[in-house]
Design a protein. Structure first.
Length: 132
């Protein structure tokens, strides 16, 4: 927007300075040429500042994206670890009468060992893959 304003101001100054009707005398025409060149520089500066601001915004957005990716990785790993454990607990939370594990003395400890083994196995697998 500002660049457009400076371009228009430069065009007006050029038009007055090079007017065939000699609207301005020699000294005033020279001043309009100076005004035109300065507004061209201001237009270029405003364009450079806009480009710089866009680059800074892009870099900031990139950092936010990296942080969000890390958070999503942690949430995915946590979900992947707890999903099989949730299945296991929901299975044994049904308390059907004819589940053979209900009457076994060590069934509770076996289910705990299976859950710990699954979680440990997943953590080891994730560490080998470099995800954790």
């Amino acid at each position: 927007m500002l660049e457009s304003f400076y371009r228009q101001l430069s065009d007006v100054a050029d038009s007055v300075a090079t007017s065939p009707a000699h609207v301005a005398d020699e000294q005033t025409a020279e001043l309009f040429h100076v005004l035109s060149s300065r507004t061209e520089r201001l237009a270029a500066d405003s364009r450079n500042l806009r480009d710089y601001a866009l680059q800074i915004r892009s870099m900031y957005q990139g950092k936010i994206d990296v942080r969000q990716n890390k958070v999503m990785t942690v949430l995915t790993i946590a979900s992947t670890i707890f999903m099989p454990l949730t299945l296991l607990t929901s299975w044994y939370g049904m308390n059907f009468e004819y589940m053979p594990e209900l009457h076994d003395h060590y069934a509770y400890y076996v289910v705990i060992a299976i859950a710990v083994g699954m979680a440990t196995g997943e953590v080891i697998w994730f560490k080998k893959k470099g995800w954790f």
